[in-house]
Structure formats: C-alpha cells, structure tokens
Design a protein around this ligand. Structure first.
Ligand SMILES: [Zn+2]
Length: 129
C-alpha cells in the first residue's frame, strides 16, 4: 500500500516543479529566438553550399528537442494545477496514490506506473498536441 503524500513531500515536489518549469520556459524561449536567427541565416547558408545539409539536420534536432520540452512544460503546468486543486499525487487513471519514489523521479507524473505503461502500449503516439 502507498501512503498519501505528507505536506513536506508536497512542498518539496512543488518547489521542484516550479524550478523545472522556470528553467524549461527560459530554455524554450531561447530556442525559439535562436530559431528566428537561424531563419535569417538560412539563405546565406544555402548559398554557402558544403555543410548546409548538416546544419539543416542540426536544426531538425533542435525542433524535436523543443517539441519534447513543450510537452514536458504542459505536463508541469498540469501537475501544478493538480497541486492547487488537491488532486496531486493521485493517479488520473485509477485513482490510487502514486508512490512517492515515482513522484520524486518524475514530479509531473499524472499516472501510476501501471496506468502509464498501459497507456503507452494501448495508444499510438499522439501526433497532434
Ligand atoms: Zn493508475
């Protein structure tokens, strides 16, 4: 059996959620600004020739990273909302308490391990977010 979170656990996890949220927001912001600069540089690079394909591949990676970070940011937002609502730490799938160890590893987790893996196996990767 899992025990509900203590207030101290909750406070600690909330601080981590806020810290991660701030760091991630700042990083995504920086990425978006970098992307704008990359757009400006693009035509110069195309005329440049040789290493343009490699740079283009690097940009693809940047896009993918930012997408992942955007998804994580949304999960952090949702976790902070659940904290405010008093639902935090309860599995959104089956309603059991999510073990503290799991929340410490992933403070934004909305599902217990069982529901998480069921969801990952049962549903194709969501293409639109
Ligand atoms: Zn569950």
């Amino acid at each position: 059996m899992n025990t509900p979170l203590t207030q101290a656990d909750r406070d600690q996890l909330e601080r981590r959620l806020h810290a991660r949220h701030e760091a991630l927001s700042a990083h995504i912001q920086a990425q978006l600004q970098g992307r704008t600069r990359a757009e400006h540089a693009r035509e110069v690079l195309l005329q440049d020739g040789d290493d343009a394909p490699q740079r283009s591949a690097d940009r693809e990676v940047d896009f993918a990273m930012t997408d992942l970070e955007t998804v994580e940011l949304a999960a952090l937002d949702a976790a902070l909302r659940r904290l405010a609502d008093g639902d935090y730490g309860r599995c959104a799938g089956c309603g059991t308490d999510i073990p503290l160890a799991r929340l410490q590893a992933e403070p934004q987790a909305a599902l217990c391990i069982g529901c998480q893996s069921a969801r990952e196996q049962g549903r194709p990767h969501a293409a639109s977010l």
